[in-house]
Design a protein around this ligand. Structure first.
Ligand code: ADP
Ligand code: MG
Length: 232
């Protein structure tokens, strides 16, 4: 269960400029949902995901995952909590360029307890994302779509209960976008797993078990019908 209560994130820029990236968000997600959050660029989507994943500390309000507020944990417990509970697919491809695909996928196991059969699990995940032939390749030898699929496999290596995906289909052609969304659906079906995915692409709302809209830092749950393309 993800539970955000009155969560606000403000960034203070030089001078006295205040950016209200997320404003008073109340967001509860039960286990097993596939939540789609749709919003324009700059609306606060990445900030919201970092708040859920415990990568950004809220300015005010409370973030809890399975009733644990990560900001009440000691440093060493925080990284373990993140590594074991949450898989994160970052918006910007963030593979380590000097490491092979296989080693990139294995990397997050360094911070987690479960270290048995890591190679086997990594290979299974690379099979899932259709890249078992590329274990020894380096990120630069892959297309952007393939890099995103490696990032997905990496996010799943610790078998996290929650997968947070930041625009996993951006910068892709339509066919590759469809491939990634099919993969996201399969990952959800193979669960039990909760997925929160953010996107600026209204067309992807239909993949969610529920949809929220993010606009100017304000998050609200919406019906599929009330999302209009004029909002984007
Ligand atoms: P989105 O992912 O929807 O594009 P972001 O969460 O990245 O939105 O950004 C929301 C707002 O917060 C934007 O105005 C952005 O410029 C600002 N912002 C994001 N990260 C920072 C940061 N580290 N420092 C200052 N401002 C930031
Ligand atoms: Mg973003």
């Amino acid at each position: 269960m993800i539970d955000l209560q009155n969560v606000t994130k403000h960034y203070r820029l030089s001078g006295d400029v205040l950016v209200k990236a997320v404003e008073d968000a109340n967001f509860k997600v039960a286990d097993g949902e596939f939540v789609l959050i749709v919003g324009r660029s700059g609306s606060g989507k990445t900030t919201l995901l970092s708040l859920i994943g415990g990568l950004t500390k809220p300015t005010s309000g409370k973030v809890a995952v399975d009733e644990i507020d990560i900001w009440t944990l000691r440093d060493s417990q925080q990284s373990k909590f993140r590594a074991e509970k949450i898989g994160f697919v970052f918006q910007i491809p963030s593979l380590i360029p000097t490491m092979t695909v296989m080693d990139n996928v294995r990397l997050p196991t360094m911070f987690a307890q479960r270290k048995e059969n890591v190679g086997e699990r990594a290979l299974k995940l690379l099979e899932l994302v259709g890249l078992s032939q590329k274990t020894d390749a380096y990120p630069a030898q892959l297309s952007v779509g393939q890099q995103k699929r490696v990032a997905l496999a990496r996010a799943l290596i610790n078998n996290p209960k929650i997968l947070l995906a930041d625009e996993p289909t951006s910068d892709l052609d339509k066919a590759t976008e469809l491939e990634i969304m099919n993969l996201m659906q399969q990952i959800h079906a193979d669960g039990p797993r909760t997925i929160v995915m953010v996107t600026h692409n209204l067309d992807l709302a239909k993949y969610g078990t529920q949809v929220h809209r993010m606009a100017n830092g304000i998050l609200e749950k919406v019906g599929m019908d009330s999302l209009r393309s004029s909002d984007f």
